[in-house]
Write a protein of this length. Structure first.
Length: 404
């Protein structure tokens, strides 16, 4: 038996599982017929399934038939995918034509955030990244692991159910030059409250004036107002500021969650800097995971570049978007009809899959324990967990909890 002092891992303490994992386990163990899961972070259709898109199925078949090798893709990934993502995100913007954008395929949006974080640290080790309060809970661990210092700026006003833009601007005004401002491109996770066009303009002007680097997490392009419309903030920033970070995920808008496909794009001041950035992105990726996975990016490349598949994809994204936005209207209407003592109309104006109900932790627990309706303790719900067969029950349960 080796001596105790030789044990490396003994110093590690048990890490508690993510809160959401605990809720998922409770949901699985609940045998009520009425149970409803509004905690999950993935899109679900009306039958409660997370479907494989038809455009993806078709592209996959073609790819498998034509595939002649399983050798590595390059460190920066599939070139067709990277070009397709640039076009999807930036359109025919001058930054692309002027060769100012370096895009690298990454393992999901999370991989993109991780690569971007390490690149930022490499470029400016003391840069601070400012996150919205609240933000997606994974932003903080992913960026901290890259060695970055994090700060928070006020964003969501839980009382008013909207963005406290005045407080946000006040905080952004105080950010140091060279620091990084992380913004959600659309469909803010977890609050669903998105920046208006006017607010994007104010922030673009502010970032330019204060030499703040915007870092836009675009994880839901197409799920808010439209594929092009949802890139408004990114394209506006690209026009105004000299340097910009954009991380995109294909998990939600292509339904490719487990294939791990996303991209990081850095807009640099000029083409020469872009080349240096690209080489550094490659170096970071090589150090983190060496080569990205192939399959998901090959699918997206094919879908984006085949006219028929692209048209099909655009229709399928539109259907997802229409379902989520339709559910918002339906749900708010049901709550009002069933005599909710509270006004939930703000949910109808928010976007993406998530919104905070704005109820207390005790009410969240009552919903779970008495009514088998599950959500995370912050009262964030995934609207896509609602469907025609459970909407009345969910609305009734919420009203019952609010009334007693
Ligand atoms: C805001 C935000 N950013 C990034 C991601 C990353 O997603 P993935 O790594 O699955 O592509 C998510 C996923 O839920 C998200 O909500």
């Amino acid at each position: 038996m080796p001596g105790k002092e030789s044990s490396v891992f003994e110093s590690l303490e048990q890490v508690p599982p993510d809160a959401i994992i605990g809720i998922m386990a409770l949901f699985r163990a609940d045998d009520s017929e009425n149970k409803v899961d509004l905690s999950v972070g993935v899109y679900q259709d009306d039958s409660g399934k997370t479907p494989v898109l038809e455009c993806v199925r078709r592209a996959e078949r073609e790819i498998l038939e034509a595939q002649s090798t399983k050798t590595y893709v390059g460190i920066t990934g599939n070139a067709g995918f990277n070009a397709g993502m640039q076009e999807l995100i930036f359109g025919d913007h001058a930054v692309v034509k002027d060769q100012r954008v370096a895009t690298v395929q990454t393992p999901g949006g999370s991989g993109g955030l991780c690569v971007a974080g390490h690149l930022l640290h490499r470029a400016r080790a003391n840069a601070r990244v400012h996150l919205s309060d609240p933000s997606w809970p994974n932003h903080s661990p992913l960026l901290k692991l890259a060695g970055l210092h994090l700060e928070e700026y006020p964003y969501y006003d839980y009382r008013e159910h909207g963005i406290d833009f005045e407080a946000m601007v006040h905080a952004v005004e105080r950010i140091h030059a060279g620091d990084v401002l992380l913004l959600h491109g659309c469909c803010h996770n977890p609050c669903g409250a998105d920046l208006s066009k006017e607010q994007w303009h104010v922030l673009a002007e502010l970032c330019l004036r204060r030499r703040i680097v915007p870092f836009i997490d675009l994880a839901y392009q197409g799920l808010s107002e439209g594929i092009v419309e949802d890139a408004y903030g990114v394209r506006l920033m690209a026009e105004h500021v000299p340097e910009l970070v954009v991380v995109a995920s294909c998990s939600k808008n292509f339904g490719l969650y487990r294939e791990r496909v996303g991209a990081v794009s850095i807009v640099a001041e000029d083409a020469a800097t872009r080349d240096a950035v690209l080489s550094n992105l490659a170096r970071v990726a090589r150090g983190l995971y060496s080569m990205p996975p192939d399959h998901g990016a090959a699918i997206v490349d094919r879908v984006l570049h085949d006219e028929k598949l692209r048209a099909l994809w655009e229709d399928e994204v539109e259907a997802i978007r229409a379902r989520i936005n339709g559910l918002r209207t339906l749900f708010v209407g049901k709550l009002a009809k069933r005599g909710s003592p509270r006004d939930f109309s703000f949910i109808e104006h928010e976007r993406g899959m998530f919104s905070f109900l704005g109820i207390s932790k005790a009410q969240v627990i009552r919903l779970r324990e008495e009514f088998h309706v599950y959500m995370v303790e912050s009262s964030r719900i995934n609207l896509a967990g609602i469907n025609a067969s459970n909407v009345d029950y969910v609305a009734d349960s919420i009203v019952a909890v609010l009334e007693s």
